[in-house]
Design a protein around this ligand. Structure first.
Ligand SMILES: O=C(O)CCC(=O)C(=O)O
Ligand SMILES: [Fe+2]
Length: 208
């Protein structure tokens, strides 16, 4: 697996920039919204390389109707009390907490990591509804590293156009309000050449 980082971004220092006054909110329908900040994390390419090495990436298999199929991406989940695999992720979580706790009412607690090896890896349409996201407003913050991939969002009940954001290289998206239960999101497969992408999803307690 190879990844060509941008030449300006290979310094070892990886850190999040300011959120206040920088992140841009887009209201969706039914009380859902997204906040987006391109290039939030500087040194994103160096962090990508470190995570590729340091994280014990796992392939999973899941029951799909009658069959057991490979999950089309590699995964690693860090629960509440587990140390994160890189100090830059602690800094990202601290920055998210400082900015969002007044609105969210609680800190982010867990980090789910996904590795999309190439354009054949994907995540199907879903909301993060295992847990409280199915009944209450919440937030899921996603830091994207490596090659950009499209994150799509669409309302469950229709009535609004699909929203697309191309995310990679240190970009942040936060899905908030009712987004997990009234909207769905996906990272579709792509036939275009795509290098590897890592996403880090920060979620509060009881949201999955
Ligand atoms: O990789 C992404 O940006 C999305 C991942 C996702 O939706 C999930 O793991 O629940
Ligand atoms: Fe999700």
């Amino acid at each position: 697996m190879t990844f060509q980082g941008s030449l300006l971004d290979l310094g070892g220092d990886s850190r999040p920039g300011p959120l206040a006054g920088a992140v841009r909110r887009t209201a969706l329908t039914e009380g859902a919204w997204i906040d987006v900040l391109p290039g939030w994390l500087t040194g994103a390419d160096a962090l990508f390389e470190r995570l590729l090495d340091a994280v014990p990436w796992r392939a999973e298999r899941r029951q799909m109707y009658e069959r057991v199929v490979d999950v089309p991406r590699l995964l690693c989940f860090y629960g509440e009390d587990e140390p994160l695999p890189d100090p830059a992720l602690d800094a990202a979580k601290a920055a998210l907490d400082a900015h969002y706790v007044p609105e969210l009412g609680e800190p982010f607690r867990t980090a789910g990591l996904c590795l999309y090896r190439d354009g054949r890896d994907s995540v199907a349409w879903h909301g993060d509804t295992i847990g409280r996201g199915s009944t209450t407003d919440t937030m899921v913050a996603i830091l994207s590293l490596g090659s950009p991939r499209s994150l799509l969002l669409r309302p469950r009940r229709g009535g609004a156009a699909t929203v697309r954001r191309d995310l990679g290289h240190g970009d942040l998206i936060v899905m908030g309000g009712s987004c997990q239960r009234t909207w769905e999101h996906a990272v579709p497969k792509t036939a275009r050449p795509a290098g590897p992408r890592i996403s880090v999803q920060f979620r509060p307690r009881g949201v999955r």
